[in-house]
Write a protein of this length. Structure first.
Length: 367
């Protein structure tokens, strides 16, 4: 799982597929759920941000809500859109459902030239559908679980389409694994020590907007890896600065059962220079937008620490691809080591499988 950071031989195929999509289409719709979607979204979201008008536009259809599907097809030109369906097993209900709908919506176009599939080798529904329509299939590494596939083609194809240099991303991840793994081990030990003191909530608060979807991805890997056999802390996604006005009251005035983890960036001097239009807000004058968010980061961390809440923060001068790779490796390794310390398997998800089996039973019985 972790050694993929040092791989090179798979990159030409990944880059070839992504560059073809970039050159031929205005949109890429990624079909999938869980790690099959969250991995790519974590990287693509880092590159594009919420208001980006960059082409191609990478869209993640993560749910099967009929309203959302209708709105998607109102917003895109199918003739200028590629579709990438991802499921490690090839049997995921959500991915098969999404693919069925999208194939029907695109049936008046050349399906084989605009649909792509990533799934494990071997016989499964996704591969059979691909064969039926002449769709290109790319192998999902069977040794990498969906939620940990962020550095594989699952995460890298959408990332490249969004403009990321994934070689730098992997280089950063490899550097952390080879030179800084002790930091993840220390973090894992701290997590477990706090759980033994009844700290059962794991808050991750990210301040750079571009890390919001990385935060969501982390929530999945932590929950599915550590939450077994009656143990594992509950991950809580938190965003600066919005959740200072949404969750901070609970953080400071509520139960003392949370470990606060921050990922911050040095925004000094970045962004617009501020002008004060009122005497009461004159303290903003001559500061930049980045200076203000820096002050917010520092104030939040120091306030929690002053109130004797357990706080850990990771600060980077700049979240570029290499630092992002280091951060991703840190979070994955920390999660895996914490699971081992808790005595649980970080790679399976038996409770999730129960729900999948029951959903299929319900659909079969009501057909």
């Amino acid at each position: 799982i972790l050694s993929i950071a040092s791989q090179q031989n798979d990159l030409p195929e990944i880059e070839s597929l992504a560059n073809k999509i970039k050159s031929d289409f205005d949109n890429l719709v990624v079909l999938g759920t869980g790690g099959s979607s969250l991995c790519g979204h974590a990287l693509s979201g880092y590159m594009t941000g919420e208001f980006s008008a960059r082409k191609p536009c990478v869209i993640f259809l993560q749910n099967i809500d009929p309203f959302t599907v209708d709105e998607l097809f109102k917003a895109i030109d199918v003739s200028r859109t590629a579709f990438l369906a991802i499921s490690k097993s090839g049997v995921s209900i959500e991915t098969l459902t999404q693919l069925s709908v999208c194939l029907e919506r695109a049936k008046n176009h050349d399906v084989a030239s605009r649909f792509y599939i990533i799934t494990m080798p071997g016989d499964n529904p996704l591969r059979r559908i691909a064969n039926k329509f002449g769709i290109s299939v790319f192998d999902h590494d069977p040794n990498i679980g969906g939620r940990f596939s962020i550095l594989s083609n699952v995460g890298l194809v959408p990332a490249i389409v969004s403009g990321m240099d994934v070689r730098k991303l992997r280089s950063g991840a490899e550097h952390f694994l080879n030179n800084m793994a002790g930091e993840a081990a220390t973090s894992a030990a701290i997590h477990v020590a706090l759980m033994r003191k009844n700290i059962w909530q794991n808050v991750l608060m990210t301040y750079p907007d571009r890390l919001e979807h990385l935060n969501i991805w982390y929530r999945q890997i932590w929950a599915e890896s550590t939450g077994k056999n009656g143990t594992g802390s509950t991950p809580i996604k938190s965003l600066g600065t919005i959740d200072q006005h949404s969750q901070m009251q609970n953080y400071l005035g509520g139960r003392r059962d949370k470990f606060y983890n921050f990922i911050t960036e040095d925004f000094s001097g970045l962004g617009d220079k501020l002008v004060s239009y009122d005497a009461e807000s004159d303290y903003l004058s001559a500061h930049s937008l980045g200076d203000v968010i820096n002050a917010e980061q520092r104030a939040t961390i120091e306030t929690l620490a002053a109130n004797k809440r357990p706080v850990r923060f990771i600060q980077t001068t700049r979240v570029d691809e290499e630092n992002l790779g280091r951060l991703i490796m840190h979070l994955m390794l920390e999660t895996i080591l914490t699971s081992h310390l808790l005595g649980v398997n970080p790679y399976d998800q038996p409770a999730v499988e129960d729900g999948k089996i029951l959903a299929r039973t319900i659909l079969k019985s009501s057909k």
